[in-house]
Ligand binder design. Structure first.
Ligand code: ZN
Length: 242
């Protein structure tokens, strides 16, 4: 059965800024969703202004992997929905891919337990994303590095806990570096943070960026281990008196 992905997008910049709407006429979510469908996944989308941000219990129950893009309206995301997503990841193993400015989203900062703050600059400089963990499943089929002619800069320090595995690292023309492909396990769930994707550049139309996200979907997808089993239990073997 195909992995079921829900692509979540704040979907505000595209409605407010004609320049951004030109790059993503159907929204960032549909650019990402289209690429993931091409990769063979079963894909739905959800956006901030839908009831419950499109992330009802029913939607999340049939989501194996959630991708998250947000920026200007992080604070408008209801805490109840954030807790619901967190529970699905940590207790039930739903995969989560956090993209670009999603680093300051409620869901990512909760799961990381740190500010997730960073340096930034928007002058459209070149980014070179180096694949540093070449044997990782997310690196499958990638070249040694991915070049994006124009991107926003994110620089260290990025205030995250040390990733379990750092798969990619970015260099920027202005001199900064950044941990741009970070893997985490939180409870039963896997999380991947992927840096590029500023709204004023066509980054999500780049086939290598699409490939990273498609690979990451496969990597964060639930592994189907035994369900959590808590509470007082009878012994499995008879225990003699001591
Ligand atoms: Zn940005």
């Amino acid at each position: 059965m195909a992995i079921r992905v829900t692509v979540w997008n704040e979907y505000r910049h595209e409605k407010k800024n004609p320049r951004i709407a030109q790059i993503y006429p159907d929204g960032i979510h549909n650019a990402i969703a289209g690429a993931l469908r091409q990769a063979g996944y079963e894909v739905g989308t959800a956006t901030l202004d839908e009831p419950e941000h499109g992330l009802t219990d029913e939607v999340l129950a049939r989501t194996d992997v959630l991708t998250w893009w947000g920026h200007m309206a992080h604070r408008e995301v209801q805490d109840e929905v954030v807790l619901r997503v967190q529970r699905r990841v940590v207790a039930e193993g739903m995969g989560l891919i956090v993209l670009h400015s999603g680093h300051l989203s409620k869901i990512f900062t909760r799961l990381m337990g740190s500010s997730c703050n960073l340096k930034w600059r928007e002058v459209g400089e070149k980014e070179r994303i180096w694949v540093v963990e070449t044997g990782h499943p997310i690196a499958q089929g990638l070249p040694e590095y991915i070049e994006l002619e124009h991107e926003e800069m994110y620089g260290e320090r990025f205030d995250i806990p040390a990733p379990d595995t750092l798969v990619m690292c970015s260099w920027f023309q202005g001199g900064e570096i950044f941990r741009s492909g970070c893997c985490y396990q939180r409870g039963r769930g896997r999380i991947f943070y992927f840096r590029p994707g500023h709204e004023t550049y066509p980054t999500y139309h780049n086939s290598l960026v699409q490939k990273v996200i498609a690979n990451a979907v496969a990597w964060v997808a639930p592994v189907g281990g035994p369900a959590n089993n808590f509470g007082k239990k009878q012994p499995l073997e008879p225990i003699g008196e001591r």
